[in-house]
Design a protein around this ligand. Sequence first.
Ligand code: ATP
Ligand code: MG
Length: 247
Amino acid sequence: MSRMQPIKSEGTAPAYFSAHDLHAYYGESYIVQGVSFDIREGEILALLGRNGAGKTSTLRAIARAVDPVLTQGEVWLDHKPLHRMKDFEAAQNGVALVPEDRRIIPGLTVQENLELAQIAEPIGWSIERLYQHFPRLAERRDQEGITMSGGEQQMLAVARALARDVKLLLLDEPYEGLAPVIVHEIESILQEIKTHGITTIIVEQNAIAALHLADRAIILDMGQVVFDGTAQEVLDNEELRQEYLAI
Ligand SMILES: Nc1ncnc2c1ncn2[C@@H]1O[C@H](COP(=O)(O)OP(=O)(O)OP(=O)(O)O)[C@@H](O)[C@H]1O
Ligand SMILES: [Mg+2]
C-alpha cells in the first residue's frame, strides 16, 4: 500500500484512523501542539479537556477546515492522507464534522436538508433508512429544520452526516443544551451507529456521558495530549478527572 503510512511503534498494522504529531495555528496563535492518537475502526473516542484546551481546534484540523492551519503532522483515515486534502476532499473521503451550532439550513424542511446532503457522491444511508433510525425526524419530515427543538436539530445534524458515506463522525458537543432524556435518545442513536462500523470522536463538556458512551478517551490540556487510555480508566481515576475535567 502506501509507503507514506506513519510508522507505528508497536510494529502492528496502521490504525484505521491516526493523527500523528498535529500542529495547528490560528494566525500567530499556536493552538494544537503536537497531538497524536489512533482509533480503531468502529471505536468511539471521547476527546475531553477544559474550556480552551483545543478540542474544537483538533476536530477542525482533522476535518481540514480552513482554520486552524495545520502546519505539521499527518492525519490518516482508512489509508487516505487527510493532511494532504482540503475540507471538501476530506468530506468526500468520509469525514463528517457536526459542529456545535449544527448548521441546519434555514428555509429547508427536514427532508430537504437530508436530500441536499445527497446531491453529490458518495451517498451513505438512504433517506428511508435514516427515518427508520430517527423516527422523530420521520414525523417531522415536512417541518422546517430550524424550527425543531435543539435535540431534534442535533438528530438531523447526525442524520445528515450519515446521509453521506461517512467513515469518521466528528461530534462537537452534541449534548449541549439538551435535556437528559434527549441526551439519552442521542446516546442510543450513537451506540446504534457504532454497530454499523462507523468510527466516532465525541467532544463533550458532559464528560461523564461521553465516557459512558466511549471505548477510549483522550484528554487535551493546552493543546497537548495529557492522557490516552480507556474511558473506564478516566471514570476510575478521580485525580485525573479533577485535574483536567473538573468532575
Ligand atoms: N478562530 C480563532 N482564532 C484565534 N484563536 C482561537 C480561535 N478559535 C479558538 N481559538 C483559541 O484556541 C484555543 C483552543 O480553542 P478551542 O475552541 O479549540 O477549545 P475547546 O477545547 O474546544 O474549548 P471549549 O470547551 O470552550 O469549546 C483557545 O485558546 C481559543 O481562544
Ligand atoms: Mg470547543
